[in-house]
Design a protein around this ligand. Sequence first.
Ligand code: NAD
Length: 472
Amino acid sequence: MDNLENGSKFYNDVVATFDRAASYTNFEKGLLEQIKVCNAVYKFQFPLEVDGKVQVIEGIRVHHSNHKSPVKGGIRYSQFVNEDEVKALATLMTFKCAVVDVPFGGAKGGIKIKTRDYTEDQLERITRRYTTELIKKNMIGPGIDVPAPDYGSGSREMAWIADTYATFKFDDLNALACVTGKPLGQGGLRGRTEATGLGLFYGLREAMSNAEDMKALGLSTGLAGKRVVVQGLGNVGFFSAKFCLEGGAVVVGIIEREGGVYNAKGLDVEALFKHRQETKSVLDFLGAKNFANGMELMEADCDILIPAALENQITGDNAPRIKAKIVAEGANGPMTKEAEEILLKKGVLILPDLYMNAGGVTVSYFEWLKDLSHVRFGRMEKRFQEMATLQLVSSFEKITGKTLDTKERKLLTHGADEKDLVYSGLEETMISAYNEIREVKNKNKIVDLRTAAFVSSIEKLGASYMALGIFP
Ligand code: NAD
């Protein structure tokens, strides 16, 4: 499949899931069509001077749904960016936000470049120009469209976007809220970098706490001792692997584009990440077996597979050989419809992308709130909370005649700071959303969680259109 076919397949699969889910709702056909379609597609080109020659760079931004403002979604930097892929990702963003009750419409953007072919200075010029093109069309702003990082981009690119926007809109007090995923010193939020992987971990842990569902898979509850394989050691893959490891799982395999590594006793994820930074490869990692073809490792004997790289990685071709009992989708659209049917028939529990990687947009929402309020979470109440608990502890000691040791006292009287509050807000969001999706699944006798998550989102979107009173 070339990248255009890949993009259309991805979009068609998202639309097919929507259509299947829509059949469980009672909304009028026209309203469902409005909920399904992408509202706006803006494609543009701009020149970049490289070594005295001009290159034409392609950019795109898609707004899927404006039922809420602003719209939100990452910007992908990849040579494979194409219109259908970005439409699929923008569509997913709408339903993802609805699943976790984040009050944004869905959007997505892309810059069609192979990042490794450009210097940092050139990437900065490309990012600033991309932002300028969006400003010119009024397609970016704290109340209009708030981008974020995606595949190939991170906090550095978000800082360039924020700075470009703030330069043009120098009198906008809320300018920094035009983008999320920024570095801390520029309106960023503690906990945003790891949010998607952390959210995946909370989601997986919640799903695995259900004894009935785990029994059906032949697994005990909880992550402890479960064998995990992760595809992609980027932002989502690295943090998913790290939190699963800290949660008691054994990360036996990691797959990157250059190949994969496997160790039945478990891999030290942080050491492997460092090893890849130093050697540019995951291969030849201490004590691990090399897999020159990383895709083979997707089929390794394990309990949980976390695809966290790109779309269409589990297909009709390799799905029959997948041995994992749970597939937790870190990436967007990592499996095709054909693969999904095969895995569901095999009884695999699929934890769908629009829920599993929603931690990123949830914490982006918190970052946007922080930028609009101009105050760090916890700043007003941390000390008050500490003093109030300290007084309670002192009264308790006086009444009981017992004294807490320093460690216990510190643990009890610690006031919540920004990171505590972000982690707690994310944990609450992921737990509530999982139980809501599971309830919709059971109530409607739906086979899979993806369809159930879409049904839950469509119901919310439908209700918000109906509230406008323009639909029957
Ligand atoms: P990233 O660029 O940080 O990491 C992606 C990693 O995948 C890279 O290390 C890359 O080398 C690797 N990779 C590429 N092709 C591969 C292949 N064929 N096999 C194995 N590894 C391969 O990107 P990311 O932000 O981690 O995004 C990954 C996925 O998660 C994307 O689908 C993205 O849309 C989705 N996502 C990201 C976020 C976020 O907050 N970053 C949020 C939600 C969803």
